[in-house]
Design a protein around this ligand. Structure first.
Ligand code: IPE
Ligand code: MG
Length: 248
């Protein structure tokens, strides 16, 4: 993969790099419409933006990057767009996994992967990508796929209730740590910075628990126009803010 397009890292305080950045990719459809193209062309253009951003995250030294690629609500789009997104997400894994692996990226998937509407091919290729890259440690790239925070939270509650019902867990011992250990990826750290492109100011059911103390960045550009430089700008802005975690 190209690393020619380097970032000016002297603008950053190396002591305050966000450990986990969440990306809400938004604006693909509007990007396409502005060009008289079908929405699917916007998603295809968004792929380049995502992987340029991954390159930027590697340069900056971000440890976890979570990209919201398909939400539990996205099934409500037209059948054609849903079918395209399933195919596209699978195809992208096959085309990108070797380069990501060579770059030391560990790929993980967070979401309701048991949903019968997800084609088996997708499930297989997600498992393969995870297996291929499991020992990489430069960056963990999470695809939030068929992800919805409310479903993650209710699934965790259901798991705990089942354990308690069969006597394997004392309800009085359930604390924040026990609860979050039943999430899709128990080792995922809290998110420090959430970036949503396209000028929308919403969380849309993304990492609700994990972003309890996150900073937010809302660049007004459409996702296909996002890149490593836009990521750097968001991190520079993040570093200019004071995080107090409820302290005075
Ligand atoms: C985000 O772009 C793509 C997905 C995560 C599926 P949109 O498809 O939401 O683009 P707009 O909001 O219609 O412009
Ligand atoms: Mg949108």
């Amino acid at each position: 993969m190209t690393t020619g397009d380097t970032l000016d890292l002297s603008r950053l305080d190396p002591e305050r790099i966000p450990r986990h950045v969440g990306l809400i990719l938004d604006g693909n459809g509007r990007w396409a419409r502005a060009r008289g193209l079908p929405r699917t062309a916007g998603h295809m253009a968004g792929e380049k933006a995502l992987f340029d951003t991954v390159e930027g995250a590697l340069q900056i030294g971000i440890e976890w990057l979570t990209a919201f690629v398909f939400s539990t609500e996205n099934w409500n789009r037209s059948p054609e767009e849903v079918e395209f997104l399933m195919w596209f997400n699978e195809d992208l894994l096959l085309r990108r996994r070797d380069d990501l692996h060579a770059d030391g990226v560990r790929m993980r998937f967070a979401g309701d992967l048991d949903d019968p509407r997800i084609p088996d091919r997708n499930r297989r290729h997600m498992a393969e990508a995870e297996e291929l890259t499991r020992n990489n440690d430069r960056l963990t790239l999470v695809f939030a796929f068929n992800y919805g925070s409310r479903r993650e939270l209710t699934t965790a509650a259901r798991r705990l209730a089942a354990e308690a019902a069969r006597g394997a867990l004392d309800p009085d011992t359930i604390d924040e740590e026990t609860f979050s250990s039943r999430f899709y990826l128990p080792d995922m750290p809290d998110v420090d910075l959430v970036i949503r492109s396209s000028g929308e100011h919403r969380l849309s059911n993304f990492l609700l628990w994990q972003s309890a103390y996150a900073e937010f960045s809302f660049p007004g550009i459409l996702w296909p126009d996002f890149d490593r430089h836009a990521l750097l700008e968001a991190v520079v802005e993040y570093q200019s803010r004071e995080r107090r975690f409820g302290r005075a």
